[in-house]
Design a binder for this molecule. Structure first.
Ligand SMILES: [Zn+2]
Length: 83
């Protein structure tokens, strides 16, 4: 039996979308919400006045919302880019 060769087409770290009026906090995010949902490396928090100061402290039960001319989907509890 031939060995199965797997080529991983790894796209590299996530690049946050740039959109008008959107600025990201430079701090890396390790997980989201009280259930500690995994966050893809490179995802950042949109700068703003969110109920949770960090995604790690977000309850993770807030609705999402499109901002920046509909180019960035965020958690309204912490501002995490969920696009
Ligand atoms: Zn959140």
């Amino acid at each position: 039996m031939d060995a199965v060769r797997i080529d991983l087409d790894y796209a590299g770290p996530y690049q946050p979308p740039s959109a008008p009026g959107i600025a990201y906090r430079p701090q890396p995010v390790t997980y989201h919400g009280k259930l500690a949902e995994p966050v893809y490396p490179g995802r950042l928090v949109v700068d703003g006045d969110w109920p949770a100061t960090r995604p790690e402290e977000c309850v993770g039960e807030y609705p999402t919302q499109w901002i920046g001319d509909g180019q960035v989907l965020i958690c309204t509890g912490c501002g995490l880019d969920c696009t």
